[in-house]
Design a protein around this ligand. Structure first.
Ligand code: UD1
Ligand code: UDP
Length: 386
């Protein structure tokens, strides 16, 4: 039998990291049965949001880079669809794998499903139930354009059933007869795999930043709702900076260029003030191994990122989520992550709770056994070979 030809579509930072779990599992277990092709849409293009991950996580360089870059949603997505369609027509893959909920995911879903290439969606079924988030629209449309859907959590699996996906479907699976799976999370695979490596490869990373284990807070902000609404961003940063001063604790903040742009152009005096602060350390985005070092050593994590919320759980750190709602609701139910929105009172109250009583919390294994990528690939192969 011919090798199965898989096309991975990536574009944004978290997708490159997620794709590394699938690439590694192919390399280790299935290199004689699966040929992998990578399309990078070019949604993220700065070295620190893209290239660094290809180098560090040992993923092969993209076979195609569409170089789409930044633009408004419609324009960006349409350029991606055009580029992906051309590659699909040339390569004629057996399957197209998509990750998460970005515009690159949506573009891949539309391009592939309309040409009848079966779509595999990894991280299917997640819902925030807030359609003002671009990601929520991307998730719903990508799931409904997919043939194999891998839901990472119970909640995600149930969301798919609520939307009419049927667990009892039997092969052959098609767009009209899709298969839904409950799996773990491939990002847990990655955390297990890269955690030790991070210690080996980045031994002086914390000291270079003058940080000591358990004596700093890690914070990230990048969501559209938090960066483009300037009064929200202003409130968030002022609240965090006040807490840092009051508790005399350092906050390290690797900020997305989108957040830095908003700060520099719309909140320049606050940006200057924070840049001179003893406690707030704004740094450029870091590599994944560096991020792991920050996450595993922080006292608490404060974020609006989907990935970082989960990683707080993997590393057993309490987490304040700077959003009104989250797709990862098991973290909230568990009480180790709390939704604080951009509400100074809530942020303060939960910060105080975690800083004083943050140890001794329980972090159950919600996200699988660290072998989710292997499971996903074995299911894909089974579908292909039977
Ligand atoms: C995208 C995803 C979001 C994901 C995030 C991961 C969508 C709709 N959003 O958001 O779900 O959480 O990636 O990080 O797909 N920029 C740079 N350099 C780059 C890329 C972007 O400076 O390499 C700046 C540009 O000013 C750009 C802005 O960041 O306009 C936003 O980039 P974009 O890719 O549109 O969305 P993200 O906020 O990165
Ligand atoms: N990340 C990273 N460096 C950073 C910030 C984040 O490597 O400076 C990693 C993080 O560990 C996680 C992923 O990027 O694995 C999350 O991406 P992001 O927060 O951009 O997007 P989201 O998960 O919210 O879609």
């Amino acid at each position: 039998m011919q090798n199965l030809k898989l096309i991975n579509v990536v574009g944004a930072r978290p997708q490159i990291i997620k794709a590394s779990a699938i690439s590694r599992a192919i390399r280790l277990n299935y290199s004689d049965r699966i040929t992998e092709i990578i399309i990078h849409t070019g949604q993220h293009y700065d070295k620190e949001l893209s290239g660094v991950f290809f180098d560090e996580l040992e993923i092969h360089k993209p076979d195609y880079n569409l170089g789409v870059g930044s633009a408004r949603h419609g324009r960006q997505t349409s350029m991606m669809i055009t580029g992906i369609e051309d590659v699909l027509l040339k390569e004629k893959p057996d399957f197209v794998i998509l990750y998460g909920d970005t515009n690159s995911t949506l573009a891949g879903a539309l391009a592939a499903s309309k040409l009848h290439f079966p779509v595999i969606h990894i991280e299917a079924g997640l819902r925030s139930f807030n359609k003002t988030m671009p990601e929520e629209l991307n998730r719903i449309m990508s799931d409904h354009s997919s043939t194999l859907l891998f839901a990472p959590t119970n909640a995600a699996f149930k969301n798919l059933m609520r939307e009419g996906f049927k667990p009892e479907n039997s092969p052959p699976y098609t767009l009209d007869n899709p298969k839904i799976y409950l799996t773990g999370d491939i990002m847990y695979d990655n955390t297990l795999f890269f955690s030790e490596l991070a210690e080996k490869k980045k031994p002086s990373f914390l000291s270079d930043l003058s940080l000591e284990r358990d004596k700093f807070i890690l914070a990230t902000i990048h969501r559209e709702a938090n960066t483009d609404d300037i009064s929200r961003l202003d409130t968030l940063l002022k609240t965090l900076s006040t807490l840092a001063e009051e508790y005399s604790i350092k906050f390290v903040m690797p900020l997305h260029p989108r957040t830095i742009n908003s700060l520099k152009t719309k909140l320049s005096s606050l940006y200057n003030e924070l840049s001179g602060s003893k406690y707030i350390k704004i740094i450029p985005p870091v590599s994944f191994l560096e991020m792991i070092m920050l996450e595993k050593s922080a006292k608490m994590i404060i974020t609006d990122s989907g990935g970082v919320q989960k990683e707080s759980h993997f590393f057993k750190k309490p987490c304040l989520v700077l959003r009104k709602e989250t797709e990862w609701i098991e973290l909230i139910k568990n009480g180790t992550a709390v939704l604080v929105d951009a509400d100074p009172e809530k942020i303060r109250k939960e910060f105080e709770k975690f800083i004083n009583n943050g140890s001794g919390l329980e972090y159950p294994g919600f996200y699988g056994d660290g072998k989710t990528a292997e499971f996903i690939l074995s299911e894909i192969l089974m579908m292909y070979e039977h």
